[in-house]
Every structure is written in C-alpha cells, then in structure tokens.
Design a protein around this ligand. Structure first.
Ligand code: TYD
Length: 143
C-alpha cells in the first residue's frame, strides 16, 4: 500500500452531568492544521456523496449526530467505515477515493479539512483516479 487508507481517531470526551463535550484540536487530535469546516445534513439513504479524491486535501469525518458510512479506496484496497459516534473521527489522507452514503435522517456529518476549497485539486472521475493509482502502485511494486 502506498500509504494508509484511513485512520480512526478517538477524541477526548469531557462530558459531565451537564452533558457531553467532545474536543478535537488541530495538530493535536487532528493530524493537520484545520483550515476549513463544512457539514453535510439533510442527506438520506438514497444518495451517495463525495465520489472524489483530493490531490492536496486531508480530511477528518465525524458524524456528530446520526450515522453514515464511508467507502474508502486507493484503487486496490477498499474499506467501509461506519460513522456513528460523536467522539470518533476518520482521518482520510490525500489521494484516497471516498464515497459517503447510507445517511440516517438525523445525520450531521462534520468534515474538517486541511485546505481552503479549491475545486481544481479534486479528481471526480474514478477512471482517471484508478488509472493514476495503478501507475503509482506498479511503481511501488518495482521498487
Ligand atoms: P461536493 O464536493 O459535491 O460535496 P460532497 O463531496 O460533500 O458530496 O460539493 C458540493 C458543492 O459545494 C460543489 O459545487 C462545490 C461546493 N463546495 C465549496 O464551494 N466549498 C467546499 O468546501 C465544499 C466541500 C464544496
């Protein structure tokens, strides 16, 4: 494998009798400095989101409410991770293809990103992605 597909992260839960409080600090709990935050809600089990790889951006996905699944692949290896705990995140490195789906009606999927938005660093065609990754995997095998 060229690099890791994903990494599960556990965040400190500082909850007490008043309720839960989960902290995720950039460069400490999150493996990068956070430059952007977005969140996805109002999706359901009929949609597939993502379906892209990013040349520059790293992400951490956290279902702060509800649940969803994310399929993660580097073109060769493929994993499905269920996101359903507010104190758990999934780190996705650069150049990994991801598809988020099976959103529960109450799903709020928080995404932390290492970059500001730049549409030109997205690879949105799986054929293009998988051709590029095949070359990279072949080069790694020769070495
Ligand atoms: P898209 O990449 O399709 O969302 P997802 O991968 O979560 O399914 O983004 C939807 C639209 O929003 C698209 O026109 C690009 C725009 N967008 C931004 O302008 N900034 C952002 O940070 C993100 C994530 C998307």
């Amino acid at each position: 494998m060229i690099h890791e597909l994903y990494r599960k992260l556990q965040f400190p839960d500082l909850g007490d009798e008043r309720g839960k409080l989960v902290v995720a600090e950039g460069e400490l709990d999150i493996p990068f400095a956070i430059k952007r935050v977005f969140y996805i809600y109002g999706s359901d089990d009929s949609v597939v989101r993502g379906q892209h790889a990013n040349r520059e951006s790293e992400f951490v996905l956290i279902n702060v409410a509800g649940s969803s699944k994310v399929m993660i692949t580097d073109g060769e290896n493929r994993e499905i991770v269920e996101l359903n705990r507010p104190m758990e995140g999934v780190y996705i490195p650069k150049m990994i293809w991801k598809e988020m789906y099976d959103f529960s009606p109450d799903s709020v999927l928080l995404v932390l990103a290492s970059t500001h938005y730049d549409g030109s660093e997205y690879i949105r065609d799986f054929e293009v992605y998988s051709t590029e990754m095949k070359k990279i995997h072949e080069e790694m095998k020769v070495k």
